[in-house]
Ligand binder design. Structure first.
Ligand SMILES: C[S@@+](CC[C@H](N)C(=O)[O-])C[C@H]1O[C@@H](n2cnc3c(N)ncnc32)[C@H](O)[C@@H]1O
Length: 386
């Protein structure tokens, strides 16, 4: 434990008390599809009249578009995903191309819990995501979902004042639940910004240590602000924030952690479909082939950082096979000290809320569909044997 602390102290300071204005937040471009707070802050999907926009041209998706679908990306996805997923891509395609139908879930902050607000959500037709999940041991994680596309305003960052809730794609909670964190665990969140899953972990347990790492400096600052907005000061000593290349954490911190989450940088289908210009989209598609190599390096680093018997959850928000099951196949075949953990039971218990792609993918892939627009989200879990 001392070694862990000493090493982490070399990393960047914990909770620098900078204040980042909403303007700064709006200038910054998110690449995380599973976080909706910033999009809301920036009104990127708001039309002139304040309603959320539809970008499809699809007659059943009725509102006026502000953001346009990026045809370059759509064609690229059509080619790849019809082949890989068949009908499941038609389902996902329809949901993804209709932002006015997207749903948002509300994760309550247990450190500033408002019973009135939870009651009000229930009155508005929201229901608890985890209430009916058999065996759910995370009673402190309160997340509300609505069948409609209603969305709460996100709360602005106010130094010294804890936020009451975090808006997110409900499928983002699946990797956190798959982690099965316990009080006292040493946990590494290898790719942590903007911090949604770190916050969710801290809703479920009080870790011995939660090390949140993010390589991109602007996103690292955003991560610190998120943590500061959701955690009481007495938890700060259990949370460390670093700004390192996650590919090297395994070699610098071998065998230290009970649990590691690799929520990998990925193609981010939902956001890429609305790339703001063709040049940006073209660059993204060109560089897409490089992502699996990075993802494998991050996952191998995570395995190295685990103690024997520890587990790592790997997740992405893309439907791409190359970034999902192919990454798992590659790590399983190159590391003889890891085995796949079966998540079937756990995922089946959530099937009321999520639609999973059929077939053996070594993990589970949430397919967005109308009325259940959560995902895309791929989740797989590995155990380090020795
Ligand atoms: C999908 S996002 C993580 C979302 C986050 N887990 C959450 O729930 O809010 C992936 C993150 O990985 C970061 N990243 C990219 N390359 C990295 C690396 N080599 N080491 C650590 N983080 C990296 C990206 O900047 C991005 O913030």
């Amino acid at each position: 434990m001392q070694r862990l602390h000493a090493s982490l102290q070399k990393c960047f300071a914990v909770f620098v008390r900078d204040v980042y204005s909403v303007n700064w937040m709006c200038r910054y471009t998110s690449t995380a599809a599973d976080t909706v707070e910033r999009k809301y802050d920036c009104n990127t999907y708001l039309n002139k009249n304040g309603t959320r926009g539809n970008s499809t041209g699809d007659k059943s998706c009725k509102r006026t578009p502000q953001k346009q679908i990026c045809q370059v990306v759509l064609q690229h996805f059509d080619q790849q995903y019809y082949e890989e997923l068949g009908e499941a891509w038609s389902t996902a395609r329809e949901a993804l191309l209709c932002p006015s139908g997207w749903q948002y879930s509300v994760m309550m902050n247990r450190f500033n819990l408002s019973v009135e607000m939870m009651q009000s959500l229930k009155c508005q037709g929201y229901s608890s995501l985890l209430k009916d999940a058999p065996g759910s041991s995370h009673s402190s994680l309160q997340c509300f979902v609505s069948k409609t596309q209603s969305r709460l305003p996100s709360q602005q960052h106010r130094p010294g004042k804890l936020k009451q809730y975090y808006l997110l794609n409900a499928a983002s909670l699946l990797p956190v639940l798959a982690l099965e964190a316990r009080d006292g665990d040493k946990i590494l969140d290898l790719c942590s910004a903007p911090g949604g899953k770190s916050i969710a972990i801290l809703q479920t347990v009080t870790p011995g240590i939660l090390h949140c790492n993010e390589w991109d400096i602007l996103r690292w600052k955003w991560l610190k602000q998120t943590l500061e907005s959701f955690l009481p000061t007495d938890l700060y000593s259990a949370v460390m924030v670093s700004n390192l290349d996650g590919r090297h954490i395994g070699e610098s911190e071998p065998g230290l952690y009970d649990k590691v989450l690799v929520d990998a940088p990925c193609s981010n289908d939902r956001s890429w479909l609305f790339s703001s210009d063709d040049v940006q989209a073209g660059t993204r598609i060109e560089q897409r082939d490089k992502l699996p190599a990075l993802q494998k390096q991050l996952l191998r680093s995570a395995v190295e950082a685990l103690r024997p018997g520890g587990t790592v959850v790997y997740s992405t928000c893309t439907l791409s096979r190359a970034e999902n099951s192919d990454v798992i196949v590659s790590v399983l075949s190159s590391c003889d000290n890891v085995e796949l953990v079966d998540l079937t039971g756990q995922m089946a218990s959530m099937s009321q809320h999520f639609t999973f792609a059929p077939g053996n993918m070594l993990g589970h892939l949430v397919i967005p569909e109308r009325g259940k627009t959560w995902g895309p989200m791929y989740v797989a879990k590995l155990k380090k044997l020795y």
